[in-house]
Ligand binder design. Sequence first.
Ligand code: ACO
Length: 282
Amino acid sequence: QREHEAATRVKNINKIVLGKWEINTWYFSPFPKDYADCDTLYFCEFDLHFVKSHAALERYLRRNDVAHPPGDEIYRCANISVFEIDGAVCKTYCQNLCLLAKLFLDHKTLYYDVDPFLFYVMTECDDHGCHPVAYFSKEKRSAEEYNLACILTLPPYQRKGYGRFLIAFSYELSRKEGKVGTPERPLSDLGMVSYRSYWSYVLLSILQSHRGAISIKQLSEMSAIKMDDIVSTLHALSLIKYWKGQHMISVSPRIIQEHLSAETSRNALQVDASKLQWIPHH
Ligand code: ACO
């Protein structure tokens, strides 16, 4: 109940400064009392330490020479890296990341109890360091087959394919674990369109290259997408027919081509699985 009240309370912090960006916030976030009524919060983009003034940030940055997130760099391809950060090990960083993320998420998220989670922070790297652009969190153990708890692309980086990249990344981790996965519910509207678009693309790509009959279960094994999500995606694409008492996947090459042609022209950022240095946590 308290968390729900916190999530729906009016917006408090109006802007954040993060690296080269000044970003207008979208929602309330429960920053500690001393910071709760600041118009602008100033973050060190690398360790997510936050202060109340530009001068304080300058002072802080002069003393601090880290230039990337904490944790292990588990993926690097060209200028894109992903760092894995354990909530139980880098508690303050992960709590600060959750507080920052809540500024752009309207539904309930975790803020302080970060120990049971891993955090995957995507960065763009240049001569000045690895700058955070997006992240997702994931429960270390999930009874509900969740492979992603919360995802955010920082507003200046949205609509560039980074959310899609991290969604694909979360399924790549599931594949390595030999599991299927699904995002934690509820999904925001933006979360829903992003997932729908990813699921459609992956399923249609498999159907395009597959010869002969294929079952939902096989699609799930090949994609690591949970069967329920496959059924709802195929329904939304009108590719499931009910025939003689059974659900059938019914799809023509023309329909696949229609759906996929927009995708392929976009030249989206792909996850290169060979660049992922990671073994599952048990
Ligand atoms: N309007 C319409 N469609 C959109 C929009 C939008 N504003 N944003 C994303 N999409 C769809 C599109 O289909 C897009 O593909 P296309 O634009 O190339 O056609 C697809 O989603 C993926 O787009 P990306 O560029 O990869 O996604 P982005 O980096 O912008 O990240 C995300 C998507 C993470 C949902 C971002 O919008 C965000 O951070 N939103 C705020 C936080 C949030 O709502 N997170 C999800 C909560 S649910 C959960 O965490 C389980």
